[in-house]
Design a protein. Structure first.
Length: 263
């Protein structure tokens, strides 16, 4: 299988290097990643400046590797649309392994999830992978890389739904301490939106985001609860945002008495 690997932590991050090494044992891996950390970049693209791409010496058993000046979304988009040859186009896109969790509504800000979403938008099965730890050491990502390698074997005959990715979050634990795998829905919010007001040495006021963890019931079937129960969370997520169930009700309110036909 051919796999396109990307991330939002940058080409030098230990997460992407551990993932590449694990997947290259069984597959043809191509890496395209940002030249620096792009965490919380969301699903942004580079439109106003040139997008630079440089091919690197492959690492971790990858077939080829490139670094770009762009965002996580740029990496997948330009990779599939311009860099990879037709023979190199991926069977699946995998983003990660992210340094830190991507849970609940926080995925809206995530560059890691946006990488996978870009793959899905282009019609490719896609997975986002995150480790629920901010430790940067290479060894911390070893189990996560091996888990994704095993997961792909399980998903061999699984048909990804259109417009859908799998968002995988893995507890930062030893393999023997993992309590299992949970198929979950997205939780609400992981942190509060608290800002600390500070003053710099020159007397200028600035703010620093300092959210605190939100407590959530452990019996809820959410990704947040799964991680807190030491389980690997796998959540199917779609970018299809239309609330179809409300369209008829909205039409009844707005379009009576020919209001929708004023032109």
């Amino acid at each position: 299988m051919k796999i396109l690997v990307s991330n939002d932590d940058g080409i030098a991050a230990n997460g992407i290097r551990s993932l590449t090494k694990a997947l290259a044992k069984d597959h043809d891996v191509y890496v395209i990643a940002p030249d620096r950390e792009r965490s919380a970049a969301g699903h942004s693209l580079t439109l106003q400046t040139p997008l630079r791409v440089e091919e690197l010496e492959p690492f971790g058993g990858a077939k080829k590797a490139w670094v770009t000046t762009g965002t996580p979304g740029d990496c997948v988009k330009i990779g599939i649309s311009a860099i990879l040859s037709p023979e190199e186009r991926p069977d699946i896109v995998i983003s990660g392994i992210n340094h830190g969790p991507n849970l609940g509504s926080d995925i809206l800000y995530s560059g890691t999830v946006s990488c996978a979403m870009e793959g899905a938008m282009l019609g490719f099965p896609s997975i986002a992978v995150s480790l629920a730890s901010l430790k940067p050491e290479y060894e911390d990502f070893t189990f996560s890389g091996e888990f994704i390698r095993r997961l792909l074997k399980r998903l061999k005959d699984f048909k990804f739904p259109s417009k859908t990715i799998l968002n995988v979050n893995i507890p930062a634990l030893e393999a023997e301490d993992i309590a299992g795998v949970a198929i979950t829905e997205l939780g609400q919010r992981m942190f509060t939106d608290n800002y600390e007001k500070r003053v710099d040495p020159r007397g200028k006021v600035y703010y620093w985001m300092a959210g605190q963890l939100i407590k959530q019931k452990s019996d809820e079937n959410t990704d947040i609860s799964a991680i807190r129960s030491n389980k690997i969370s796998i959540t199917p997520v779609t970018y299809e945002m239309t609330r179809v169930s409300f369209m008829d009700d909205l039409s009844k309110v707005l379009c009576n008495e020919n209001f929708c036909e004023w032109f």
